[in-house]
Write a protein of this length. Sequence first.
Length: 423
Amino acid sequence: MLQLNYIRENKADIIKRLAIKNFDAAEIVDHVIKFDDLRKITQKELDDILSTSNKLAKEIGNLYSSEQHEKAEEAKEESINLKKTAKELEQKLNDTVNNLNSFLIELPNIPHNSVPSGKSDADNELMHEEGVIPELAEGSLPHWDLASKYNIIDFDLGSKVTGAGFPFYRGKGARLQRALINFFLDEALAQDYIEYQPPLLINSDSGFGTGQLPDKEGQMYFISEDDLYLIPTAEVPITNIYRNTILKEDDFPIKNVAYSSCFRREAGSYGKDVRGLNRLHQFDKVEIVQVQHPDKSYNTLEEMKDQIAALLRKLELPFRIVRLCGGDLSFASALTYDFEVFSAAQKRWLEVSSVSNFENFQANRMKLRFKDENGKSRLAHTLNGSALALPRIVAALLENNQSELGIVIPEVLRSYTRFDIID
RNA sequence: GGAGAAGUGGCAGAGUGGUCGAACGCGGCGGUCUUGAAAACCGUUGAUCUUCACGGAUCCGGGGGUUCGAAUCCCUCCUUCUCCGCCA
């Protein structure tokens, strides 16, 4: 959510920059300012009424204690009238604030200056590419075939027990997953992150705080009985730790890491993009979250980017980094880098991480503030990134490392898997 | 799941209808004293909206209500604690 004062002071600039997200903000901004004006006026009127009513109430108290009952009754009469007016104004103020908010939450975050314009992922900016794209031998298999060949992931069994997109991992497949989780967590701990195990269900306040609600309501599994949502990412519970808090400046940087399962309905997805591990309803991910001083958040973003690149390098996977264009950037993000690994049998790049700076967009929704050096409350900046999402990493490892002997485990993982090869 | 108790400022803890945004204490900050520090003493110390400012309004778990007036009374939801039941 954008800050009201910022909108008022930078109207033209906001409209211009949101155009990069292909979002026409002109009308909404006008509504926001109009309703905010009305809000201020109404608030003032109400405050004045309440002020006189408060004075009157005190007076009535005094009149009673000095036994002037008649005068007190008169004052009561007047007070009741004031109250009626106050009720009406309150209603009006309420409506106005609701209108204001309904427009305010429609505005996406403003893209960073470096964000290129563009319509879709085709217009993303390739920033970096490294690693050797493996030449696979004749007869090489995509990961879903490898999964059944070595009996390490069972999609059909998942369909039977739950439904499509909920695979079972078995034997060395399960152990590989566990190894990756531990590897990713240990790498983050070495960078001074604090490890968390969050709840996997969140309430609607939390969903609103990070921006999933109301925008992506249909993408989350909802438990209506208890009014709770399954988390689509650990970002939600981990960032919401700081909802409605005021930090001290020396609390920065806050660096948290969490492993969790993630649940996504993925309504509307279909076709070859969702085959095998490419897109699941339930998957595992290690997520890094930082809360940072506004002046430092972009340095932090670069640091997180480097950290994620180092993970892929250690796993010996060929990868590239793209800067998302305006059209591909999420609602809440100001700048996002996507990491993609090359999956050699599918011959395509798979997104395995997304690292974003939300600036104060989430912080404003969840009232995450800090005291600056002058003792003033200011909104903090929030960032997060996957480090990393498991399924597509597994897909690339299986495909890229297949050989006649089996699937070769990268050196760095062997102390975690305690096997060298899946055969 | 059943029965009971409670939720007040960073912490601790008073306040049960009027002058309470809230005593006292601790902590924090500033000062006096000191070569420096501690101690002692003095002062100060919540958030949000609004205003150039003075000021005004709102907030005592959340929401609603009673009343001229609510931290204080009523309803409801949430959370915590105790006892019983169940259970990994």
